[in-house]
Design a protein around this ligand. Sequence first.
Ligand code: NI
Length: 184
Amino acid sequence: MKKLPKIEILDEKEKILHTVSKDVTFPLSDEDKQKLQDMVTYLELSQDDKYIEKYDLRAGMGLALVQTGDARRAFVIANENDDKSFTEYIIINPKIISQSEEMVYVGEGEGCLSVNREVEGIVPRHARVTVEYQDLDGNQRQVRVREEIAIAFQHEIDHLNGILFPDKIDPKNPFKNKDKMREI
Ligand code: NI
């Protein structure tokens, strides 16, 4: 078995998770690069039943740097494909430059590795977003994502602005506008 990287994930009770992260400056140190790669590896292994059982993990497909106590604007995503391989993203200083009008939501509700409780309700998300970002070497790039990956991008970008998914749910009306959006 591959070694599980040591990544400490903070709980929503921590103040830092409710702060706005700062832009990443370049060049990144080797430690920073390694940490981001380790976060990707952690997410991939967290989606593997053997690791879930052995380490008592929660499966996650996205993680923002701020969730590890480092309030800089970066996040990673590891999305499992049908053939069990992963599509990986390391996204630094992201900006959404366009978004679909169509809205979607996760039918079973969103999850977050920092939110260790049941939260009832749905979060409206754009079905597709185009994001400008920098890669590990500071190169400017662009990516267009859709469906669950688009939702993950918006969830992680919210983290960089100190917003957790329960903040976007009205407890008095947790399924507001459900009929105006498509369920994923
Ligand atoms: Ni989260």
